[in-house]
Design a protein around this ligand. Sequence first.
Ligand SMILES: *Cc1c(COP(=O)(O)O)cnc(C)c1O
Length: 487
Amino acid sequence: MATDRAECSRIAESVEALLPALERFNRFEAPDRSGSGRQMWSAALDQPLPQRGEGLDSVLSALEQTIIPNGLRSGAPGFSGWVTTAPTTAGVAAMLASSVAGAQRYWVQAFNALETLALQWLIELLDLGSGLQGLFLSGGSVANLIGLGAARQYAGERVGCDPSRDGLPPDRRWRVYASSEVHHCVFRAAGVLGIGRQNVERIDVDDELRVLPGALERALERDARAGVAPIAIVASAGTVNTGAVDPISDLARIAAERGIWLHVDGAYGLFGRLDPRIAHLFEGVERAQSIAVDPHKWLAAPPGCGAAFVRDRALLERAFTMEPADYAEGAMVTEVRSTFDSPGDASYHQLGVEMSARPRGVTVWAILKEIGAEGLRERIVRHNDFARHVAMRAGTDPRLEALHEPTLSICCFRYRPNGASEVQIDRLNADIAQRLREEGIVPSTTRVRGTFAIRPCFINPRTMRADVDGLVDRVCALGDALAPVTR
Ligand SMILES: *Cc1c(COP(=O)(O)O)cnc(C)c1O
């Protein structure tokens, strides 16, 4: 028996004990009191550090009674906030299996092999092109950091320096170019990489909120004359705000003409390529040097699962390799006879910023094995249809206004009473959104060209057409009730 009294052998019993509470949670029937009941559950949980352990049963009972019922309902049917949802069953099962039987992504073992296989499946599914090294990581923010870190290495090496070893040379200014709608994690990545947040230039967009290639070319020419060195052009393959897809093949051409790195942020939207109606928008991705995608978004993998792909593995390794360490050198073997004789299919710790990490590929493998490319395509087409349905309803109801044509599965819209000022309309829609959340209907909100909008983003596999209509109906009813002026 373990001397610290930690229980290692009651896994089946413990999981079984939690299952009824999890099933109850997943039916989403009881009213959600996580927000309004915060004082109650936080008082129950906010205990001092136990000096004497309370034992496993006490942990299970707190999980069952207090924590699970007050969890996050991002998977409830109709939930359409941000770009997030809860995992489906196959991903949950795979995650549980890996927690127990494959806690790390390394060494010669089945979970490690699935890491490689799932990356290959994603390349094929999304038609990313050949010669890519993939890497699972915690999400889109880190995937963008890795892509831009590789771009930084490339840009430095082109002028004869090694940014990974020496940092970026201070004798010139460096710049990243992206649309004004680019995800905010790109600015942070530039900060972390020493490029500087203010050296991410926001290029103007067209009426559909896609970057203007002409404006990009003008910025590049201006900078070339001024001696500012380019690090990367970032193409957004589905912006987080409205789902706009930049003209990727134009950006690929501009990047190739000038020898600049093209990075595609497809964290949310690249899965949209499966919808045959819009697949052509993604042409050019196969010419990008690096690509970010987020299986924990549209694929509904358990959160904590992003993927980065870089075409030049050796360069990626130069950018992110770790210093050699005696303890990590391995056993100098020529033939693998033990699981631990080799790091496995890829030395993932040399390719990113994490070392110990769970095997995320198993969840992606499980989901794709369960539903296949066809199943995912159906989901994506259905979700894109939902956004078009919202736009159609907003276009035919005089009280509503869609703020853009949907490209993917987002449709930003608002309730617009006659005779109210813009400030009043923004306020009204913010009030509507808060009432909706209170009722358990959760789109998120944003601003489109400065205008406050209700922003459903459909990636939740449980959402049905009736939920979509329910959202629009409630916006109308709440707008009618709360509008500041009579129509
Ligand atoms: C979600 C998202 C990110 C950030 O990804 P995380 O997984 O939340 O870190 C980056 N870019 C786009 C376009 C996104 O939708």
